[in-house]
Design a protein around this ligand. Structure first.
Ligand code: ZN
Length: 309
């Protein structure tokens, strides 16, 4: 009996796959699909532009801050495991090569997992000064722009799928083929979040524990707020500024009624409009993060503007 079932699988399954494959070929060649594809062509082109923009933000953005000073001179010494039995334990070697790894005591690893921002500042030499804060804010902007642009891309792709509404088996089994046929470029969807690691390796290398801190935009916002509280602000104009966090960006977009200050396009005109918050006078030219120096721009106007500088 079980042999009969096995035969059914051996014969029927490939036939089922073949039929499905032929149905897929027929669907993509159908006049109906070709017509729908032409209807969404402009939306697809726009999606692909945003996809290129995501790549630009990734290539030009800033995605690291601070470093651990442990092991910064480790290359000056040789390291050899001289234990009698030459145990092969990779964990025995502390990871000094990466500046994002802090080798520390077990207590520090445990404390870092319960109080990550405080330990990040302390052990990765992040000074509480105005310059470093501006640096971290600029990294936070790169990361949140990337997060927003990627989310926007996913919304656009979902709306293209909904508009075409292919048969269920296409989305289930031939999603990549669907993207190719529609003409969607494959975007790079991963975000290079900076990651900081507190690592403990016991003397014998028998045990190892670590605590990881990933700096996504909400972690960066906490870092910005914590650092700002530590800074003894000078009585300068910089001291009057706001902190460049997600809350401020949302405030500016809301103030500008979710419309681009340059070309005036708004989310009422375009459901998937990607809006960004721009420094009117760039930070690199001394512009401050104050409400009067911030404006909402659509991604296209913001890209044109930043290419000029
Ligand atoms: Zn615009």
């Amino acid at each position: 009996m079980s042999a009969a079932i096995a035969w059914i699988f051996i014969l029927v399954y490939p036939a089922y796959r073949l039929v499905r494959y032929l149905r897929m070929k027929r669907y993509f060649a159908s006049p109906e699909f070709i017509a729908q594809k032409q209807e969404v062509a402009a939306v697809v082109a726009e999606h692909n532009d945003v996809s290129g923009y995501v790549a630009e933000i990734r290539d030009s953005g800033k995605f690291s801050i601070g470093h651990s000073s442990t092991g910064s001179q480790a290359q000056l010494a040789s390291y050899d495991n001289t234990s009698k039995f030459k145990y092969k334990r990779d964990r025995n070697v502390a990871d000094y090569a990466s500046s994002n790894v802090h080798n520390s005591s077990l207590q520090v690893v445990r404390n870092a997992s319960s109080d990550p921002i405080k330990y990040l500042i302390k052990y990765f030499d992040i000074p509480a000064d105005e310059e470093k804060l501006a640096d971290i804010e600029s990294m936070g902007e790169s990361i949140s722009r990337l997060e927003d642009a990627i989310e926007n891309l996913q919304l656009r792709e979902a709306s293209i799928s909904t508009a075409i509404a292919p048969p269920g088996f296409i989305l289930k089994h031939y999603l990549e083929e669907f993207r190719t046929q529609v003409g969607l470029s494959v975007p790079r969807l991963t975000i290079p979040y900076p990651e900081y690691v507190f690592q403990y390796v016991s003397a014998g290398g028998n045990s190892s524990q670590e605590s990881r801190i990933e700096l996504n935009s909400s972690a960066i916002d906490s870092l910005i707020e914590t650092l700002s509280e530590k800074i003894k602000w000078k009585k300068s104009a910089a001291g009057q500024r706001s902190l460049m966090t997600a809350a401020l960006r949302e405030f500016i977009k809301n103030r500008d009624k979710y419309a681009c200050k340059s070309c005036k396009v708004s989310i009422k005109d375009e459901a998937h409009l990607l809006l960004e918050v721009d420094h009117i006078m760039p930070v690199s030219k001394g512009g401050l993060s104050i409400e009067t120096n911030l404006q909402t721009l659509c991604w296209k106007c913001n890209r044109t503007k930043s290419n000029k500088y």
